[in-house]
Design a binder for this molecule. Structure first.
Ligand SMILES: [Zn+2]
Length: 203
């Protein structure tokens, strides 16, 4: 069998590290890149190089931005009384694309998942409670995905909020999203409905 050249194999190995990319797809992508002009691969390489250099994690919401405080957190027109809690930063983008949420966000960085050894201490839950304890927050929308882990994480945060001094409303995004769905992949209409249909989590 003919061996794949080293430089090619390196690209394939790197692609294989990406979520959802198996050996076959990695190989296909690498061969595709060989067929495009060098300027395209240069631009791609440069963009990837800049990703970690130029993108910062917001110190307030843990979303992504270009400064210490992201665009949303530094926007004085956003309603700080409502915090929408999501699993990942890309879900902030998905909700922003719908455009009707005017509050602020809190990115957990994942969900509680005992099988993957991810506990509450691995997520930005403590930081969320701290943010809320400063005061002024009237509603916390738990917008974790409607998966078993997402529901479990929402319940955990709800419990923590109840143990804290928080007196506001705790709501959960509505049933518009099918069980197992992911916010980041939902279409705008569904996402919009899920927000409008959010309901208070009863004790
Ligand atoms: Zn932020």
């Amino acid at each position: 069998m003919k061996k794949i050249p080293v430089a090619m194999q390196e690209v394939i190995d790197n692609f294989e590290r990406l979520p959802g990319i198996g050996p076959k797809s990695a190989q296909r992508l690498a061969f595709y890149l060989l067929s495009v002009p060098e300027t395209v691969t240069d631009d791609m390489g440069e963009a990837i190089k800049n990703l970690k250099k130029k993108i910062k994690i917001c110190r307030e919401c843990f979303g992504v931005g270009e400064d210490e405080l992201c665009e949303i957190c530094s926007d004085s027109s956003r309603d700080r009384k409502i915090i929408c809690v999501v699993e990942r930063a890309d879900e902030v983008m998905a909700i922003e694309a719908v455009g009707n949420f005017k509050g602020v966000y809190h990115v957990l960085g994942g969900v509680i998942n005992p099988l993957e050894h991810i506990g509450p201490e691995d997520l930005k839950i403590k930081e969320l409670i701290k943010r809320i304890e400063v005061g002024g927050v009237e509603e916390v929308i738990l917008a974790t995905n409607p998966t078993i882990e997402g529901e479990g994480t929402a319940l955990y945060i709800k419990k923590k909020l109840e143990e804290s001094d928080f007196k506001g409303k705790i709501s959960r995004i509505g049933s518009g999203l099918p069980m197992g769905a992911e916010l980041g992949f939902a279409d705008q209409v569904t996402l919009s409905r899920a927000f409008e249909g959010r309901r208070e989590m009863n004790v």
